[in-house]
Design a protein around this ligand. Sequence first.
Ligand code: AHR
Length: 553
Amino acid sequence: MKIERRDFIRDLTLAGSAALLAPKTMYAQAADSRVEILINEPIGPVNPNIYSHFVEHLGGVVYDGIWVGEKSKIANYGGIRKDLVDNLKKLKPGVIRYPGGCFADQYDWRDGIGPRDKRPSRVNFWADTTYKAPKSYQEVTSGPQKYEPNWFGTDEFINLCKLTGAQPYMAANLRSFGVAEFMQWLEYCNAPAGMTTLSSQRATNASKDPYNVSFWGVGNESWGCGGEFTPEEYATEYRKYVAWLPTYGTKLQLIGAGPNGGDLGWTRRFFTKLTEKGMGQLNRMYGWALHYYCHTTGKGNASEYDVNEWYDLLMRSDRMDGLIREHWQVMGEIDREHRVKLVVDEWGAWHWQDADMPPAYLYAYAGTLRDALISGINLDTFQRHADKVVMANPAQLVNTIHSLFHTYEDKFVLTPNYHVFEMYMPHAGATAVRTQFTSPEVSFSRFDAQRKEIPTKFWGLQGSASINGKTVTLTAVNPDAKNARESEINIGRARIVAAEARVLSSTDIRARNTFENPNALVPRNENVSVGTGGRLVYKFAPASVTRLTLTIA
Ligand code: AHR
């Protein structure tokens, strides 16, 4: 069954160029593209935590995206929006990261426990931000989005995790607190009831059973809002935070505040300083958190863009692939056995807040088909690097940036991102295998500051594949706004006996779901016929994310 790489390249070149050069009449189906799924070249298991989420006290995420209150007329489970729970649960979420983001580095976890009416109110970290915040947001002078009432805290968050089947991932405050508060939070969450004052308090407040929180972030973006540290200063802090922690029987998986996009210096200098006291320090780090957002240029509007802006943003989102490779390589210069893995705990497309969103919902916009393709591009990238990436969390779950849901009062809608997560579910826990995509590139124009045109090219088809028993799942993105990609799909010498497709696409590249029209963009299932001898030629729709489920003999 093993297909040799040399044979594969030769076959690919001969068959590919023959198909590309042959007159249309020569083949019933003259494919212009090819996908090779190399099932004998496993990359590694796809960690289900690649399908994780992120919740921060920012804009409309917590209030009222998640927390509506027990007495609300909006259907809820103990104050948590029912629609959100029911739909998130269907995605089998890996972990949920909380409470930030930048918010985490000014948060006192003790504010968010105990009787709700006794909890203090505080100025939210984001209250005064001017970063990408429209005037309408700056003019908001009241409400839980600006003045944190602490109605949703540790116990409510753990309840959200329990309701949805996700594992909690908490981010400790490193900038404005110390190790003592971190250890006390850990104790509140994980110590058995009755062992200490704090664990008894937890039992009284919410749960006799410990929460067994395993994932802990040690600060967030410590190069920026998390304290403006140098990598050397942060490494010293990190060592201090993670030394000699009590476990209460739960294996702690500690995550370091990694780089801002392509800042390789942050990674190199941190690892150099961390290991100054010996390589054993690497055993106290599970993951290194990489953050990368693709930002829209120009007006930065989420749903008004031309075809050049469409390609431009897709190409920016594809930078994730290079970032993973580059940071992994730098980490390996010091951590030669790659004990520490990558955690991409903030990713997504960041546009300007939509004018028709509630002003207090900072960074809220209705995602479009473009965002859905960006989800596909990123999830495929993580799977192609399943040996390196153990967790990934789009920012954020609801009502801000790259969300899966939008809410307003009792209204609720699934965004196109949600549908991509649903489509990619079969990859979780399967074994990622290498793929080779060959396809004509798409051409478009970028413009420099002087509006001078820069002709640019981007790949024509890309994706990832995984295998689980006799089922091969192939997911792919066709960025071409106009043209389908007719592709021959091969799985070495394995024979395809059945195929099904699930497709998210639209003739309108700006398609999106709204409260009035929630099903404007939803995936559709397609029957796919397999030719004699298991030959499969599939046409990937223009501007699409596709999942092919292939049964092999
Ligand atoms: O997701 C929004 C913010 O982006 C997060 O709080 C921060 O970590 C990042 O800069």
